[in-house]
Design a binder for this molecule. Structure first.
Ligand code: ZN
Length: 203
């Protein structure tokens, strides 16, 4: 599967001048919602991701995604793995399991995001699962930005990766883009205004 081609075909690999959620700037932005707006594409991606996960031999009872970004990817992955799906959401700044969701003691939970960058939200979702007595068995995403080490990839974790090194990260592929700090950005130097994708007034 050529993941990059699928993002390009669906207008989900944006080119321009973007402010990432970290505050850094980049010429590229992955708008996974644009890929997942087509259920048949979401299904295809989830099946590919599920195949890698199955091949690893880890056993999973439940997929859990941090809302909002991980919901579609996680739901489709749970369907592909034939397990249940739950999600955490932020309330008063804390990632919480709400809406009557619960986790049994030692229930094996895989955390799923659309994209793993440094893994901050995924890690918070995992901690909430553990607070309920569940056991986080790994992390997953459609795509990995290359800051964390993915199973079957040669790219090593860098110091910004927040995910625990003793648990696997599954993703279909890595997308590595150059990122620049806001005060040392060559695109800013070119005079192009930076936009924050998905925020009010932008796309
Ligand atoms: Zn810039």
């Amino acid at each position: 599967m050529n993941l990059k081609e699928i993002y390009v075909q669906n207008g989900a690999l944006l080119e321009g001048h973007f402010i990432l959620s970290s505050g850094n700037h980049s010429r590229n932005y992955l708008q996974s919602a644009k890929v997942l707006e087509r259920p048949e594409v979401a299904e295809l991606l989830a099946k590919e991701l599920a195949k890698t996960i199955r091949e690893s031999g880890i056993e999973i009872d439940t997929v859990c995604s941090p809302a909002l970004g991980g919901l579609l990817a996680g739901y489709e992955l749970a369907r592909a793995l034939a397990v249940r799906f739950i999600f955490t959401e932020r309330k008063d700044g804390e990632m919480q399991l709400r809406r009557g969701f619960s986790v049994k003691k030692d229930e094996r939970v895989l955390i799923c995001e659309d994209i793993i960058t440094t893994g901050g939200s995924a890690l918070e979702a995992g901690r909430e699962i553990e607070r309920f007595g569940g056991k986080v068995v790994g992390f997953s995403a459609i795509a990995n930005r290359g800051f964390c080490k993915r199973e079957n990839s040669q790219i090593e974790s860098d110091k910004t990766c927040k995910l625990p090194k003793d648990l696997p990260l599954f993703a279909i592929d890595d997308f590595q883009f150059e990122i620049y700090s806001a005060d040392n950005c060559p695109i800013c130097a070119e005079g192009t205004p930076a936009i924050k994708p998905g925020s009010r007034g932008n796309n």
